[in-house]
Write a protein that binds this ligand. Structure first.
Ligand SMILES: NC(=O)C1=CN([C@@H]2O[C@H](COP(=O)(O)OP(=O)(O)OC[C@H]3O[C@@H](n4cnc5c(N)ncnc54)[C@H](O)[C@@H]3O)[C@@H](O)[C@H]2O)C=CC1
Ligand SMILES: NCC(=O)COP(=O)(O)O
Length: 339
C-alpha cells in the first residue's frame, strides 16, 4: 500500500471579499476529489462565501480542525465582518479584511500549522486606499518573511510555459532604468535555485528576452541588450548557469523555441504575462521563488466585472492549490534527502 503523506493543510486567503476570490475558492473545494486537492482552509469573511455560494461550510478556528472537516464541508477561518457586501463593489472594510487574511495566512504558513500559502486576488487600488504601500502581495509577503523585494521573484507557471517578469509593477517608462545587470544576475540565480528546489529540475535551462525589437538589432534599435543584458549573462556564465540570450521576444514564446527552456526571463510585466495568459488563462499560477515558505496564487485579479455572476473560472485557483501542494512535497523531499 502506498503511504499517504500527512502534510498540514494549505492556507488559502479569499482576497477581496467583493471580488471573485470567495467563489473560486468554494468551487475549488467542490472540485477537490476530481483534482485530488489536499485539505485547505479559506481565510477571510465567511459572509463573502455565503453571498456567492450555498454549499456546506465548516467554521474552524484552528488548523487542526481543517483536515477532519474538509471531506464534507469547505473549512472557513472567519476573521471579521467586512461590512455590507455587494459582489463587484469593493469597500475599504473589504480591503482591510483582505489584508488581515493575508497577514493571517502568512503567519500560519510560517509555522508548521500550514504547509503552503495560496493568496486570493486583491485589488491593489483598494488596498492602497487604506494605506497599503506595497506594489502587490509578493512584496508584502517577502517583507513579512524577512526577504528583500529583489530576492522574492515572481514566476508565472503553467503546463507549457514558465515566465519571470524581471521588473514587475512599474510604469513601462521606468523599465530601462530599473532593469540592471545586478537585478538580472540576482533574479536569474534565484530562478535557477527555485527550479531545482521547488520543481525538481536538476539543471535548469533559462533564456532571457531582449527589451527592444529584434533584441536591439546589434544596437541599432536600442542598447539595453549590449549595455545591461550581455554583461549579466557573462556573470551568470561564470556561475555555470545555462542561460541563452538576449533572444528576440517576438519568437521566444513560439512552440519549439519556448520548449527548449525551463523558464523565460522577461524585461517587464506584460512581455511575460501577455503570452503567458494567452496560453494559461484557465490554469495559470503566479508563485514566488526565494521565500522560506511556499506561496502561489491564481494568476488573475479580482474580476469585479463578473463577481457573483457564476462566470468565474476556478481553474487557476485549483492549479494554484495543486502546485502549492507539489512544491511543499518537493521541499519536504529535498529536506529529507539532505538529512
Ligand atoms: N494576484 C492578485 O492579487 C492580482 C490582483 N490584480 C488586481 O485585480 C484588479 C483587476 O485587475 P484586472 O487587470 O482587471 O485583471 P482581472 O484578472 O481581474 O480581470 C481581467 C479580465 O479577466 C477576467 N477574469 C479574471 N479572472 C477570471 C476568472 N477566474 N474566470 C473568468 N474570467 C476571469 C475578468 O472578468 C476581466 O475581463 C486590479 O486591482 C489588480 O491590481 C490583478 C492581477 C493579480
Ligand atoms: N499581475 C500579477 C500580479 O498582479 C500578482 O501580483 P502579487 O499581488 O502576487 O504581487
Amino acid at each position: 500500500m502506498t503511504a499517504v503523506p500527512h502534510r498540514p493543510p494549505i492556507a488559502v486567503t479569499m482576497g477581496d471579499p467583493a471580488g471573485v476570490g470567495p467563489e473560486v475558492v468554494a468551487r475549488a473545494w467542490m472540485a477537490r476529489r476530481e483534482h485530488s486537492l489536499p485539505p485547505f482552509v479559506a481565510i477571510g469573511d465567511a459572509a463573502a462565501i455565503a453571498a456567492v455560494w450555498d454549499g456546506p461550510v465548516a467554521r474552524v478556528g484552528d488548523m487542526a480542525e481543517v483536515v477532519a472537516a474538509f471531506a464534507e464541508a469547505l473549512p472557513v477561518w472567519h476573521l471579521e465582518d467586512s461590512g455590507a457586501l455587494t459582489p463587484g463593489e469593493p469597500t475599504a472594510a473589504g480591503a482591510t479584511c483582505a489584508l488581515h487574511a493575508l497577514e493571517t495566512g502568512i503567519g500560519l504558513t510560517r509555522t508548521p500549522a500550514a504547509s503552503a500559502l495560496v493568496t486570493g486576488p486583491v485589488s491593489k487600488h483598494a488596498l492602497q486606499s487604506i494605506g497599503y504601500t506595497h506594489p502587490g502581495q509578493t512584496e508584502f509577503i517577502a517583507e513579512r518573511c524577512g526577504v528583500t523585494a529583489t530576492n522574492a521573484v515572481m514566476m508565472l507557471a503553467g503546463p507549457a510555459l514558465r515566465v519571470v517578469p524581471l521588473t514587475v509593477h512599474i510604469p513601462l517608462a521606468e523599465v530601462p532604468e530599473r532593469l540592471t545587470s545586478d537585478l538580472i544576475v540576482a533574479k536569474a540565480r534565484i530562478v535557477a535555485r527555485g527550479l531545482k528546489r521547488d520543481f525538481g529540475i536538476a539543471h535548469p535551462r533559462l533564456a532571457i528576452a531582449g527589451v527592444n525589437p529584434h533584441a536591439g538589432e546589434s544596437g541599432r534599435l536600442g542598447d539595453e541588450e549590449t549595455r545591461i543584458i550581455v554583461p549579466a549573462l557573462a556573470a551568470l556564465a561564470e556561475d555555470g548557469l545555462a542561460i541563452d540570450g538576449p533572444l528576440a521576444a517576438d519568437a521566444l514564446f513560439a512552440p519549439g523555441i519556448r520548449d527548449r527552456y525551463d523558464a523565460l526571463l522577461c524585461a517587464y510585466h506584460d512581455q511575460a504575462l501577455a503570452p503567458f495568459k494567452a496560453l494559461h488563462f484557465h490554469d495559470g499560477v503566479n508563485l514566488t521563488l526565494g521565500l522560506p515558505i511556499v506561496r502561489t496564487s491564481p494568476d488573475h485579479g479580482t474580476a469585479f466585472n463578473i463577481a457573483g455572476t457564476g462566470q468565474a473560472d476556478p481553474g487557476p485557483t485549483i492549479a494554484a492549490i495543486a502546485m502549492a501542494a507539489r512544491m511543499a512535497a518537493m521541499r519536504e523531499a529535498g529536506c529529507a534527502a539532505a538529512k
